[in-house]
Design a protein around this ligand. Structure first.
Ligand code: HT7
Ligand code: ZN
Length: 876
C-alpha cells in the first residue's frame, strides 16, 4: 500500500457519537456486538460511504437502524467494512464480530496474557475488536458491557466508571458494565478480564473529589505493587500542583500483564502495564527499575490530560502527546529526585538512542510527514527529541510564559483532537511571540551541528562567541533551513565563579540564553576583565552536537568548577570521548595508546569533592559507552578497536584512582535496610560504580571484592551489579555466580530477564553460542516480548563487538530471530530489526555483513508491513 501522508489529511466523513460494546469473553471465540450511533460529519465529504476499518475480524451480523442489511449494501474486505450508500442522516449500526483472543500473538486488539483477557488498541488495534473508523479524530462516548465465565475472569474492568455488575442468570457467567463519560478516540479503549489480585487506595483531588485507585496484578503479587501505587498518588498530586490538571473519573485502575509489546498504555481510566513497570520489591528490582516504574506510572497518568482529554488529530501528531508527556514525566522525576542527575540520565538516553537514529537511515522528523507503518514511529525521535523540543519552548519562554502557554492549550483544546500547530499557537498567543521558525524542530530531521569559537579581547575587556549551525541532510531532506537554537551559556572566571553577562546589544543573552537563528552569528559580552572559560549549552538546553575550540585544560577547569552540573559532567565526558577516539585510532593503527592523564585528573577531582551528590559522582565517573564512542567516531567504525580502547582506559583509571575508589566504596557502605529513595540509590550507584572500576583493573582484590559484594548483597541492585561485574570482568567466577543467581530467582520471570540480558552482553566470542543456547532454555519463550528483548534485544543493542562480529554471525543471528518472530509478532520483530540503524557507519567488512543480513530479511516472502518498512528504509 502507498504511504500515508500528512498533507493528505481529510476530516472523517462520518462521526460516531456513542459506542455500546457488548463483549462476551471466550478463549477462542469472543463475541463483540458494537452499537454505533453515527452521523455524517458536516466537515466531511457529502454523500460518502461509511468505511469502517477491520483487521482479522469475522463478521457475524450487521444491521442499520435495527434492520439487517442486504448483502449488496455493503462490502467486507480483510481491511474494511464499507456501507456503500448509507442514508445521509444520523443512524445506528449494530455490528457483531467474533475474534480469537488465544490466537492473537500480535498482542494488538483483544488477546490473552497468561490467562488474562486484555486489550491493546493504540495505534490501530481497535479494528481488531470491531469494525470502526479507527482514527484518533473520531471521538465517542463509550459504554462497555463485559461478560465472562466467573471462574475464568472474576475481575472485569473497562474504561470510565463502573455502572453495574452481576450474575448472568441461570449460567456460570457474570458481567460488568462500565461507562466513560469523556469522549475518546478508540485507541484509548480497553477492557480486562481475569483472575487478578488488587491493592486499592483512595486519592482526594484538589477540589475534594474522591477517586478509588486500584492496581491489579497476577495472583500473589500484590506485595510488589506498593511502590507503583505510591508513585501514582505522587503523580496525581504533582499534576495538580504543577500543571493544574485534576483527575476526572471516580476510579483509576492499573492492570499489570506479563505479555505486552511496549512499556504501558494510557487507556482512559484503565492503564494497562507491562508487569516490568509495576512490580518491584527490594529482592527483585534494582534502583533503576524503581526509577523506571515511577517515571512510567507518571507518564501514563499524565496522558490523562496530554493525550486523552486532548488527543491527536492523526498519527502524524504523535509527538503532541508523547513528546509533551515525556517532558512532563521527566519534570516529575526531576522534582522527585535529583534534577541534575535526572537531566544527565535523560541526555545520555537521548544521545545513546535518538542521536544515532537521527544520523542513520531511519531518521525522521519529530513529526513525520509520511509513514507506511505507524507502529514503527514510536521512536526515540518522537518521544525523547519531542520532549527536548517542549523543553526548548520552556527555555525560550521562561517558566511563566511556558505555563501560560500550557494553560491556554489545556483550556482551549480540552476535548479536541489537536495538531502541533494548535499546540504552538497557544504558546505564541499566550506570549505574543512568533514560533514559525521554531516549528522547524517538528519538521526537519537530523541533529543540528553547532560550532562555537570564543575569543577574549584583553584590551577591550570583551568576549566574543562566534557560532555557526548546520543541519546535515537526512533521508528525504537534502536541503535544510536554519533552526532556532536556545543555547544556554555561562562565562566562568578564573576563580571558578560565573561572570555577570553583559551582552553589548542588551539582548536576552543577559539571561544566559543565546538565541541562535542564523547559520552564523556572533555574540559579544562587555566588561570581561579576565579570559573566561565558556560553558556552552548548559543543562543541554538544545539537542545539538556541539563542537568548540575548547582546550583540554579548559574542559578540565569546567569539570572542576562549572556551576552548571550538567556541563560539569559533560566536560569530563568530552575529555573521555576525545581520549577514546584517539585511543581507538591508535588501536587500529597499532600505535601507542595516549595517556589518559587529563581524564584521570578530572575523575579524581570529582571523586575527592565531598560536597557533590553521590548520584552525580556516579554519573560523572562513568566512562562513555562503546556506542557513545562509535557515535563520536561516526564512520568506518570498528567495534573491536573501540572495545579494546575502552577496556584499557577503564583499567588505567582503575590503576590510577584505586585508593580513592576504594575509599569511596567504603565510605558509601549501606547504613540500614534497603530503601529505593533517590538519596540511598545515589549512594549505591556510587559504591557500585567504584566496585566496577576497581574490578576493571583486573586485580584479584578487585574480583574478590565483587564476589563478596555479590554474596553479601541484601537487595537486587547490589546483587545484580556485582553479578554483572563478575560476568564481564571475571570469566573464572562468572559461571558459578550466574548459576547461583539463576538458582535463586529462576521462578521469577522479571529477574530471569536480567540474567538473560546480562549474558547477552558479554563481550566475548562465546556470547553468540550462549545466546543461541539460551533460546532453548526453559526460562526463554519467543512468545513473550520481555524475554525476547532481554536476550535478543540486549545482544543486538548492548553488545556491539559480538552483534557486529566480523564473521557476520551476530548479524545473522539477529536477522534470523527477526524473521522467526515476524510471523507471530510483527511489532516486536520490527523493533528488533531497528538495532541495525547505524549499520552504514561500520567499517567495510562489517557493513557488508550487516547489509547482507538486511537483504536476507528483505527477501523473505510474506514479511509483515512492519518489518518491510524498517528493512526497506534501512537499506534505502
Ligand atoms: N501510548 C502508548 C504507546 C503504544 C503502545 C503501548 C503498548 C503496546 C503497543 C503500543 N503502541 C503504542 C504508550 C505510551 O507511550 O505512553
Ligand atoms: Zn506515552
Amino acid at each position: 500500500p502507498p504511504p500515508v501522508r500528512l498533507g493528505d489529511y481529510l476530516p472523517p466523513d462520518w462521526l460516531v457519537d456513542t459506542v455500546h460494546l457488548d463483549v462476551r469473553l471466550h478463549p477462542t471465540a469472543s463475541r463483540i456486538v458494537a452499537t454505533l450511533a453515527m452521523r455524517p460529519n458536516p466537515a466531511g465529504r457529502e454523500g460518502s460511504p461509511i468505511v469502517l476499518d477491520g483487521d482479522e475480524l469475522s463478521l457475524k451480523s450487521l444491521t442499520l437502524d435495527g434492520e439487517p442489511l442486504d448483502g449488496t449494501a455493503y462490502v467486507v474486505t480483510p481491511a474494511a467494512l464499507t456501507l456503500l450508500a448509507p442514508p445521509q442522516r444520523a443512524l445506528t449500526l449494530e455490528i457483531e464480530t467474533v475474534v480469537d483472543p488465544s490466537a492473537n500473538t500480535k498482542l494488538m486488539g483483544l488477546y490473552r496474557s497468561s490467562s488474562t483477557y486484555c486489550t491493546q488498541c493504540e495505534a490501530e488495534g481497535f479494528r481488531r475488536i470491531t469494525f470502526f473508523p479507527d482514527r484518533p479524530d473520531v471521538l465517542a462516548v463509550y459504554t462497555t458491557r463485559i461478560e465472562a465465565e466467573r471462574a475464568e475472569a472474576p475481575v472485569l474492568l473497562g474504561n470510565g466508571n463502573p455502572v453495574e455488575s452481576g450474575a448472568v442468570e441461570g449460567t456460570s457467567r457474570h458481567y460488568a458494565v462500565w461507562h466513560d463519560p469523556w469522549p475518546k478516540p478508540c485507541y484509548l479503549f480497553a477492557l480486562v478480564g481475569g483472575k487478578l489480585d488488587r491493592i486499592t487506595e483512595e486519592f482526594v483531588t484538589a477540589t475534594g473529589k474522591r477517586v478509588e485507585l486500584g492496581i491489579y496484578v497476577e495472583l500473589g503479587k500484590t506485595e510488589r505493587a506498593g511502590y507503583a501505587m505510591d508513585a501514582l498518588k505522587r503523580s496525581m498530586r504533582w499534576d495538580e500542583e504543577v500543571f493544574g490538571c485534576e483527575y476526572d473519573l471516580d476510579v483509576f485502575n492499573i492492570v499489570a500483564v506479563a505479555d505486552f509489546n511496549m512499556g504501558a498504555m494510557e487507556n482512559k481510566g484503565l492503564n494497562i502495564f507491562n508487569d516490568k513497570y509495576v512490580l518491584a520489591s527490594p529482592q527483585t528490582a534494582t534502583d533503576a527499575d524503581y526509577a523506571n516504574i515511577e517515571a512510567i506510572i507518571a507518564h501514563e497518568y499524565f496522558h490523562n490530560w496530554t493525550g486523552n482529554r486532548i488527543t491527536c488529530r492523526d498519527w502524524f501528531q504523535l509527538c503532541l502527546k508523547e513528546g509533551l508527556t515525556v517532558f512532563r514525566d521527566q519534570e516529575f522525576s526531576a522534582d522527585a529526585r535529583s534534577r541534575p542527575v535526572k537531566r544527565i540520565s535523560d541526555v545520555r538516553l537521548l544521545k545513546g538512542h535518538q542521536f544515532p537514529e537521527d544520523a542513520g537511515p531511519l531518521a525522521h522528523p519529530v513529526r513525520p510527514s509520511s509513514y507506511r507503518e505507524i507502529n514503527n514511529f514510536y521512536t526515540a525521535t518522537v518521544y525523547e527529541k519531542g520532549a527536548e523540543v517542549v523543553r526548548m519552548l520552556k527555555t525560550l519562554l521562561g517558566e511563566e510564559g511556558f505555563r501560560a502557554g500550557m494553560d491556554l492549550y489545556l483550556d482551549r483544546h480540552d476535548g479536541d483532537a489537536a495538531t502541533v500547530e494548535d499546540f504552538l499557537a497557544c504558546f505564541a498567543n499566550a506570549n505574543g511571540v512568533d514560533l514559525a521558525q521554531f516549528a522547524l524542530w517538528y519538521a526537519q530531521s537530523g541533529t543540528p551541528q553547532v560550532t562555537v569559537s570564543g575569543s577574549w579581547d584583553e584590551a577591550a575587556r570583551s568576549y566574543r562567541l562566534d557560532i555557526a549551525q548546520t543541519l546535515p541532510p537526512t533521508p528525504g531532506q537534502s536541503e535544510k533551513l536554519p533552526m532556532v537554537i536556545p543555547l544556554a551559556v555561562g562565562l566562568v572566571g578564573p576563580d571558578g565563579q560565573d561572570m555577570t553577562l553583559t551582552p553589548d546589544d542588551g539582548s536576552n543573552a543577559a539571561r544566559g540564553v543565546l538565541l541562535i537563528t542564523e547559520p552564523r552569528q556572533s555574540f559579544v559580552f562587555r566588561d570581561v576583565p579576565h579570559r573566561p572559560v565558556p560553558s556552552l549549552n548548559r543543562g543541554f538546553s538544545a539537542p545539538v552536537k556541539l563542537s568548540s575550540d575548547m582546550s583540554t585544560a579548559d574542559l578540565l577547569f569546567l569539570a572542576r568548577h562549572d556551576s552548571d552540573p550538567f556541563n560539569r559532567f559533560d566536560a569530563a565526558q568530552t575529555i573521555a570521548l576525545g581520549h577514546l577516539v584517539e585511543a581507538t585510532a591508535a588501536a587500529r593503527a597499532g600505535t601507542a595508546m595516549p595517556a589518559p592523564d587529563a581524564l584521570v585528573a578530572a575523575l579524581g577531582a570529582t571523586l575527592d569533592d565531598g560536597a557533590l551528590d553521590p548520584a552525580f559522582v556516579a554519573q560523572a565517573l562513568s566512562i562513555p559507552s562503546e556506542t557513545d564512542v562509535a557515535r563520536e567516531i561516526g564512520e568506518d567504525v570498528d567495534p573491536d578497536a573501540i572495545h579494546g580502547a575502552r577496556t584499557r582506559l577503564r583499567r588505567a583509571v582503575s590503576d590510577a584512582l584505586a585508593p580513592a575508589l576504594h575509599a569511596a566504596y567504603v565510605r558509601h557502605a549501606p547504613s540500614g535496610a534497603y530503601c529505593p529513595d533517590a538519596a540511598s540509590a545515589g549512594r549505591r550507584a556510587l559504591r557500585n560504580t567504584c566496585l566496577d572500576l576497581l574490578a576493571a583493573g583486573g586485580t584479584p582484590e578487585g574480583i574478590a571484592r565483587a564476589q563478596v559484594h555479590f554474596e553479601a548483597a541484601d537487595n537486587m541492585t547490589d546483587r545484580f551489579f556485582a553479578l554483572s561485574v563478575l560476568a564481564h570482568a571475571a570469566p573464572q567466577a562468572r559461571e558459578a555466580a550466574l548459576a547461583a543467581f539463576h538458582e535463586r530467582f529462576h521462578e521469577d520471570p522479571l529477574v530471569v530477564d536480567k540474567w538473560l540480558a546480562l549474558q547477552a552482553q558479554i563481550a566475548e566470542p562465546q556470547a553468540l553460542e550462549r545466546v543461541r543456547g539460551l533460546t532453548s532454555h526453559p526460562a526463554f519463550a519467543w512468545s513473550n516480548p520481555n524475554r525476547v528483548r532481554a536476550l535478543i534485544g540486549s545482544f543486538a543493542g548492548l553488545n556491539p563487538t559480538q552483534f557486529h562480529r566480523v564473521d557476520g554471525a551476530g548479524h545473522q543471528l539477529v536477522a534470523g530471530a527477526v524473521m522467526d518472530i515476524d510471523g507471530r509478532n510483527p511489532q516486536l520483530a520490527a523493533r528488533l530489526l531497528a538495532a541495525f540503524k547505524s549499520w552504514r557507519s561500520l567499517e567495510p567488512v562489517r557493513r557488508a555483513s550487516a547489509e547482507a543480513a538486511l537483504r536476507r530479511v528483505a527477501e523473505k516472502p510474506d514479511l509483515s508491513p512492519d518489518v518491510t518498512d524498517i528493512v526497506s528504509r534501512s537499506l534505502g
